[in-house]
Design a protein around this ligand. Sequence first.
Ligand SMILES: NC(=O)c1ccc[n+]([C@@H]2O[C@H](COP(=O)([O-])OP(=O)(O)OC[C@H]3O[C@@H](n4cnc5c(N)ncnc54)[C@H](OP(=O)(O)O)[C@@H]3O)[C@@H](O)[C@H]2O)c1
Length: 348
Amino acid sequence: MPASPRFLPDRMTEIGILRPGGPEVLVPRQVPVPEPGPGQVLVRVAAAGVNRPDVLQRRGLYPMPPGVTPVPGLEVAGEVVALGEGVGVGEGGGAGEAAGVRLGDAVCGLTDGGGYAEFCLVPAAQLLPVPPGFSLEQAAALPETFFTVWANLFMMGRAKAGESLLVHGGTSGIGSTALMLAREFGLRAISTDGGPEKGEAARGFGAERSIDHRSQDFLPEAMAWSEGRGVDLVLDILGASAFERNLQVLRRDGRLLLIGFMGGDRVGEFSLTPILLKRLVVTGSTLRGRTPDEKAAIARELRQHLGPVWSAGRCVPHVHEVWPLDQAAQAHRVMESRAHVGKIVLRT
Ligand SMILES: NC(=O)c1ccc[n+]([C@@H]2O[C@H](COP(=O)([O-])OP(=O)(O)OC[C@H]3O[C@@H](n4cnc5c(N)ncnc54)[C@H](OP(=O)(O)O)[C@@H]3O)[C@@H](O)[C@H]2O)c1
């Protein structure tokens, strides 16, 4: 039986997607509060992060993993209000990944969906404590991009201090996280950004240089910045529109990490030769498609490597704007206008 406190409402507000479409298809509705299953906790959501994959999901363009809730929302912060079987200590539950989770804990977590709601089920192994000094909005803005960037750049891409990194979209949720992590872990970074204001923000996150993708070609600019050597890593959200130049900008043993296709997912003719000549690694991943064990492993690494950093007040997500949960449509409009820097957050 799940352990839960006595006073939980029966029903809650969540944001449903009426049908694939524009922001207006995001509508609040009343539904029963879910009960945690084995390995899950129920979080009373204080804040939920908005991510570009939510926009793709709303438009019907995101390949959903089987069996997950169709309610959007990949990250939340709030209070643990019920524990599923096998979760927690002192509740007759098990230890392992979920040991230490208690009713009343302030947590943030990577969900499997359903974050746009007053209550959300989260696998206990995907929880992180709210770092000291973080607001709940900042904590809610943390999981999706830190899990994604850490897994790609450091676990798959084996990024290490002294290497160089090109980040496309340096002021996106993803890009701002990548630049902060690069600075924290001793990489030199450069970013592509839409205009001088975004460029300034990207430099604030940790880019040594910003390339204005509206007026400059990143290939010659990045080659000049690296004194002709090229970069060790590219974290790419663009896909097709940058693919061939990404191969060209990488130096020997470089790694191209594809995580988004804002510039399309179909590439025309391109030369494979740089991959052979420079021994390049081209890879990609989606966070959502990872197994629970893989997500738990990323969470462990974040607790170990980022826990002390967050506690010291570094690598804090930049929250651009906070919208009430029932105005999720407006939050999506802001994201699609590309006016934001960093993260957009919903508040219950
Ligand atoms: N694979 C995964 O696991 C995973 C997880 C999370 C997110 N993602 C992907 O990562 C991407 C970013 O997500 P997000 O939530 O961080 O979104 P976001 O904050 O809305 O950022 C989107 C960014 O795309 C940039 N952009 C668009 N066209 C560009 C171009 N031609 N050159 C350079 N930048 C360009 C925009 O920069 P400007 O406004 O400066 O032009 C903006 O910063 C999305 O494609 C998303 O699907 C992947």
